[in-house]
Design a protein. Structure first.
Length: 209
């Protein structure tokens, strides 16, 4: 079983408090989602490998650390996952971006895939799958399964809010994936929404409801 990190940083807790508030408008909500994603990205990249590189400062020659040739990719689960991409690109601007589109069937609550476009060399990259909400876990499980079919071996999942049932399901389905969670909530309601949650993240990011 790989690592599960539940973030407890004061800045993340503060920003999640803002996006939970139903009075928070679209612009501020979208900005906060990006900032939370950037802070989570900082934590989830903690174990990236470094190598020594010789450089000259204006004063003297020295040895510095640089990422050891790691190729990275960010794969948001459409559409809400798009809100997390800009914040992550702030820290890892050279990462390629793929997209997996899914929607939740309102009757079965199961994910339905409608789009998949990935970098040509995605199997050579460390892949960060991102989605603000981990509710039942179905979309995340299916997205990661799709990546594995494309040969990906190093996959990490980042979400802002998770339900215990979704987290357990994702761990069971993909025990080889590191998971970073901004906040672990209480439960799912009868409609599959996270409680207390923050509503529909996609609608609130894009102002569609």
């Amino acid at each position: 079983m790989r690592k599960v990190t539940i973030m407890d940083h004061p800045l993340i807790r503060h920003k999640i408090g803002i996006i939970r508030d139903q009075k928070t408008g679209t612009k501020e909500f979208r900005e906060m989602v990006g900032e939370i994603a950037m802070l989570e990205c900082f934590e989830s990249t903690r174990d990236l490998q470094l190598e020594d590189v010789e450089v000259k400062t204006p004063i003297a020659a020295t040895t510095v650390k640089r990422l050891a040739g790691k190729k990275l990719a960010i794969v948001p689960i459409l559409r809400a996952g798009l809100g997390m991409v800009p914040g992550m690109q702030t820290l890892i601007p050279s990462a390629k971006v793929g997209h997996i589109g899914m929607y939740r069937d309102p009757e079965t609550l199961k994910p339905v895939e409608y789009y998949c476009k990935l970098p040509a060399d995605v199997e050579e990259r460390d892949v960060f799958v991102v989605d603000p909400m981990l509710a039942t876990g179905g979309s995340a499980i299916d997205a990661i399964s799709q990546l594995k079919k494309h040969g990906c071996k190093n996959i990490r999942f980042l979400c802002i809010i998770a339900a215990p049932a979704g987290l357990e399901a994702l761990q069971k389905a993909h025990p080889d994936v590191d998971i970073t969670v901004g906040a672990l909530d209480d439960h799912l309601d009868e409609h599959g929404y996270i409680v207390p949650g923050l509503g529909d993240a996609g609608d609130r990011i894009f102002g569609t409801k």
